[in-house]
Write a protein that binds this ligand. Structure first.
Ligand code: HEM
Length: 293
């Protein structure tokens, strides 16, 4: 008597096996390229997941930058639904990005030490894609270009992002075109400088949230569109802001667990420096306005 388990797919048409060259999957995904970019520098088996998690995060940074650039462009064209869709996608992506901390969130100092020296002076601080995310949030800084002087493509992309309006700049210009009282000096600011919170912008958000009609972000019966649209945009941005804040804080806690208060491989004070970075509010007035609604 045969003990063969019956193939549940038997009788249905099987996938194609025959391809002239590389598979169409490979041609599209470049999985062979992607899965051969891992070159650990130590003998420690734990280094692989450190390296891959970092690469995975770089890929998510790339997607998130794409979404925020899409949202900024949509706002420039007064296409609010397009901007909201991109921001919503980015929120799901940020959730995935943040979930990627798990394999690195429980390292002991000894585990981290077993490959830390292989990193040399390498540090996430030198991530150009993370810097593009920060630039899009309005956290501009010309000095963040300096580490990339030796890499022309990276440097050029970052320089372009420095001089372009951030996502938040595009939000405020869009609100002004809708008739919101965004202060002129905010609209004409030097966009290569870090965005500084402005009481006039806080007042715009506070007024929009105060006018909110149905408490349901414009989705309920009687949603009037107009006023609720501003709140809907505000909430989509708040979601993004919170998830970025969570990434920073998850990074901070993982770092504290892995290396206590030692100096960072990138030369900073380590946790003490990261604490200051993590304390920053993304889209600051969206948080402070809430006290005035
Ligand atoms: C447990 C593992 C990790 C530790 C202990 C750690 C440690 C640090 C430290 C100490 C800094 C401050 C700069 C320095 O002196 O090096 C830093 C910055 C940074 N790290 Fe990590 N890191 C870890 C994992 C990661 C991963 C997986 C990423 C993903 C790309 C990452 C991205 C960053 C970024 C973007 C910064 C700059 C933050 C800023 O400019 O505000 N880190 N990290």
């Amino acid at each position: 008597m045969s003990h063969d388990v019956e193939d549940p797919a038997a009788g249905t048409q099987a996938p194609d096996l025959d391809f002239e060259g590389t598979t169409p999957y490979e041609d599209y995904v470049q999985a062979d390229v992607l899965t051969h970019l891992q070159h650990p520098l130590s003998e420690d088996p734990g280094e692989m997941v450190f390296l891959v998690t970092t690469q995975v995060m770089e890929l998510w940074f790339t997607v998130v930058v794409h979404e925020w650039e899409t949202a900024a462009k949509a706002l420039r064209e007064d296409d609010l639904p397009g901007a909201l869709a991109a921001l919503k996608r980015s929120a799901y992506e940020l959730l995935s990005l943040n979930a990627s901390w798990e394999p690195l969130a429980h390292l002991t100092p000894a585990q981290f030490n077993s490959y830390r020296s292989a990193l040399g002076e390498g540090s996430g601080f030198q991530s150009a894609m993370y810097r593009r995310m920060e630039f899009l949030l309005g956290e501009k800084s010309a000095s963040m270009l300096v580490p990339h002087r030796g890499a022309p493509r990276v440097h050029d992309e970052l320089a372009k992002a420095l001089h372009e309006p951030s996502l938040y700049d595009e939000v405020l210009s869009y609100l002004a075109r809708r008739g919101e009282a965004v202060p002129p000096e905010v609209l004409s600011r030097d966009v290569s400088e870090p965005y500084r919170p402005h009481p006039g912008v806080e007042a715009v958000w506070a007024a929009a949230y105060a006018r909110q009609e149905d408490g349901g972000l414009g989705t309920g019966a009687g949603a009037g569109g107009g006023e609720n649209e501003v709140v809907r945009l505000g909430e989509a941005l708040t979601e993004v802001a919170e998830l970025v804040w969570r990434w920073r804080n998850d990074h901070l806690v993982a770092t504290r667990r892995a290396m206590g208060s030692k100096v960072g491989t990138g030369g900073s004070a380590g946790v003490a420096w990261l604490e200051k970075r993590a304390a920053k509010n993304v889209f600051p007035e969206l948080w402070t306005a809430r006290s005035h609604v």
